[in-house]
Write a protein that binds this ligand. Sequence first.
Ligand SMILES: [Fe+2]
Ligand SMILES: [Fe+2]
Length: 177
Amino acid sequence: MATRDILKTLRAEHDELRQLFEQMEGTTDRAAKKRADLLARIKANLLPHAKWEETVFYPMFAERADRDGLKTHAEAVEEHRAVEKTVPPDVHAAEFGTPQFAGRVKVFGEMIDHHASEEESTMFSMARKLFTAKERAGLDVAYEEWKASPAAAALTAVAEAKTGLKAAARRVTRRAQ
Ligand SMILES: [Fe+2]
Ligand SMILES: [Fe+2]
């Protein structure tokens, strides 16, 4: 069996997300149900990944990083914040069978791809030097266990609820205008 490595796992999850966004890109406005299913799968893949990076991987990385690494870390944290705050609520506020949804989900996918590519080329290559192979294997096991834990379910549920609430608030504001 190949050695486990958290960086390989995170990268594979990025590829899976890219794949899902690609499938989304291929849908038409008539495929509202397919779009809803794909968005649910995107969120089910993205939320645990992002929350674990934010709560475990990024802080560990920051503890060992030099000045350049800290800048990379700050940029990644900011991109997570920007994506979480703006894009998913906009996507949620659009009806699935509309060009608005198609456009917003496309931007969502582009932001994820940009962020993931930057992680892969910068942060992960730094992390390969900051963490030993044994540590990376241990982190991979810890991540798998965390994903199956109630803590992961709670964190992702909170993230999901925030997104939904913001979208609902926007709909109400729009109607009131
Ligand atoms: Fe990330
Ligand atoms: Fe990532």
